[in-house]
Design a protein around this ligand. Structure first.
Ligand code: PHE
Length: 348
């Protein structure tokens, strides 16, 4: 029913927008809001819905009714305004530029795209180059080259989608990349050092619930050069945290385990609500951001890099996650980001 109502609204809105005649506008009103109009008929059927669905659908129907009535009213004014305009133009043979102009509805970038642009610009300021790597990838880049032995249980953490038909004789199974770390060895293969890459991409995992969508975004930093140490990693983290979340926020690193970094860390950001004192929204003053670490020598070797001369660090975080942490957004269902509901998207 909800879908039906939204469809009705979309149809009638486009009719109203396209309409340029007052009689036709009256017909549209009658067909939609009149005694036997489409919306009136739909409202009659709400009474037959299960009791727990009625309030929400009823509310939606009312909102649609008010919006359409307002649209009709505006259009009516507009049409009569045009008529006066024509008379005036005819009478004085010149255009009245003081009349209000027609305002087309303006769109804007999706809030995830806005976040991607902001993150890219923050890292560009310290010399990271935005790159793209395949999102349909071979097992080799997502796992084996990242120091995951064949059949190692750590692979299970990535809940990967496998593409049955695709097998590469050397690089193994075709998959949808479950993390942006698959771009690390791809970047090393370019053979250009030092590396300062920012890889932002869609990632896919077999998960779908209120806090996970099967498609999401990560941004991954990789720096490889001479004498790169944990101090550099910490500096970049602090810079990002202050630039993105605000000057009063700080970061900390906690020991963790990833196959492809050694040592590995989990990064936390101080909570913006309680300023690190501890509150209901955080864990003792800290919010978890994501993983990072010093690139494992086996990964450098897989990318043909001399481990005696070069070292590096990497980090990879969820775009949806940092965005929600920044805005203090607590979405009842994260999947709303991708359901194209204008009532949600228009708020950003
Ligand atoms: N790829 C890891 C993940 O998806 C994050 C990570 C990236 C950890 C780089 C360490 C270094 O959870």
């Amino acid at each position: 029913m909800e879908e039906e109502l939204i469809k009705l609204q979309t149809n009638v809105s486009s009719l109203i927008i396209a309409c340029d005649d007052s009689d036709e506008l009256e017909n549209i009103r009658e067909n939609f809001l009149g005694k036997n109009g489409d919306l009136t008929e739909a409202i009659k059927r709400i009474g037959k819905l299960p009791a727990d669905e009625r309030p929400e659908i009823g509310k939606l129907a009312n909102e649609i009714k008010t919006t359409v009535e307002e649209m009709l009213q505006d259009k009516k004014k507009n049409l009569s305004g045009n008529a006066t305009n024509t008379i005036k133009v005819d009478a004085i043979k010149k255009l009245d530029i003081t009349l209000p102009g027609a305002k087309p509805p303006l769109g804007h970038l999706h809030l995830i795209t806005q976040a991607l642009e902001e993150i890219t610009s923050i890292f560009e300021h310290i010399g990271f180059a935005r790159v793209r790597h395949p999102e349909v990838e071979w097992d080799w880049y997502a796992f084996t080259s990242l120091n995951f032995p064949e059949n190692h249980p750590a692979r299970d953490d990535w809940e990967t989608f496998f593409i049955k038909e695709g097998i590469h004789p050397k690089k193994g199974q075709m998959i949808l990349t479950p993390h942006t770390s698959s771009g690390q060895v791809r970047e090393m293969e370019k053979g250009v050092l030092p590396i300062k890459m920012l890889n932002i991409a869609k990632c896919y995992r077999r998960q779908s619930d209120v806090s996970h969508s099967p498609m999401f975004h990560q941004f991954e930093g990789l720096v490889v050069g001479e004498n790169i140490s944990i101090t550099h990693l910490k500096g970049v983290l602090d810079y990002f945290v202050k630039s993105y979340f605000g000057p009063n926020r700080i970061s900390r690193i906690r020991p963790y385990h990833f196959q492809f970094t050694e040592p590995s860390f989990e990064i936390d950001v101080s909570c913006g609500i309680c300023n690190g004192k501890g509150c209901k929204l955080c864990k003792a003053g800290w919010l978890e951001l994501g993983g990072a670490g010093m690139v494992h020598p086996n990964v450098l070797k897989a990318g043909n890099i001399d481990t005696k001369k070069y070292s590096g660090f990497a980090f990879g975080w969820g775009v949806e996650r940092v965005l929600m942490m920044k805005e203090g957004l607590s979405l009842e269902d994260l999947r709303i980001l991708y359901s194209n509901d204008m009532r949600f998207l228009e708020q950003f």
